[in-house]
Design a protein around this ligand. Sequence first.
Ligand SMILES: [Fe+2]
Length: 294
Amino acid sequence: MIPQRLEHQATDKGYVPIYATGVVEQPWHDYSDTDHAVWSELYARQREVLRGRACEQFLAAMAALQMDETRIPRFSDLDIPLRRSTGWRLVAVEGLLPEADFFGHLAAREFPVTWWIRTPEQMDYLAEPDLFHDLFGHVPLLMDPVFADYMCAYGQGGLKAMHLGPDALTQLARLYWYTVEFGLIRSAEGLRIYGSGILSSAGESRYSLQSDVPNRIGFDRDRIMRTRYRIDSFQRGYFVIDSFDQLFEATRPDFTPIYARLAGLAPHAAGEIVPGDAVITRGTCEGWDDTPDA
Ligand SMILES: [Fe+2]
């Protein structure tokens, strides 16, 4: 089974294939034994790695969703608890969508999930999102009412930003990157992971919490929207929220004046610490090269 690729485009996720916009039927009966085995192995590995590392909301949602550990779950099965908890449902897609389609789905409480899964040779790294990243990384937190509202608000904000030009979209993409994809959250037991890009990566799950190389900085919406990021390596800086309420509250205001204010300011580099940062851990920056940020 080969997904239908349309063209490559420079996006907030890098230079990646953009797929057909249409929602497809999850071709569940066409998954091979290898596809199911890849899911099973990745699932088992991350379940171990995330114990004591993922935020409690994610772990509770995983327990509630009861995803099949041995076979790739049917999206329609997961829609039942999702609808009941927060009104979300999953739609199967070929891969990354054009921005307008992606925002439209989120605003309608539909989460696009790539239907195909990586090969056994790609267990540790894949340049674009696949089923494991989308389903294991993103879907559980849609069970959390506050986080689910944040995702919907993000989609609505994205639709609005479409009319405000490329700078607004760039700033909004940074917010998604540093929260939904690579966010950390405080807990009574220490920092925990809620970002999907980390949750679906064994290496970054350990690195984001335990390495002394990256910076960890308290959440600041406007600062994040000014900050470039890395798409080809672990992050140089992570931003830490206190709670999902804090995240949702940050998206409540109209962003139009924020975009305008930030448009005139030079962006911060990915690993920079700037005046005003609430630094939680200052990284050693070891091994960072001069390649450009996204
Ligand atoms: Fe993602």
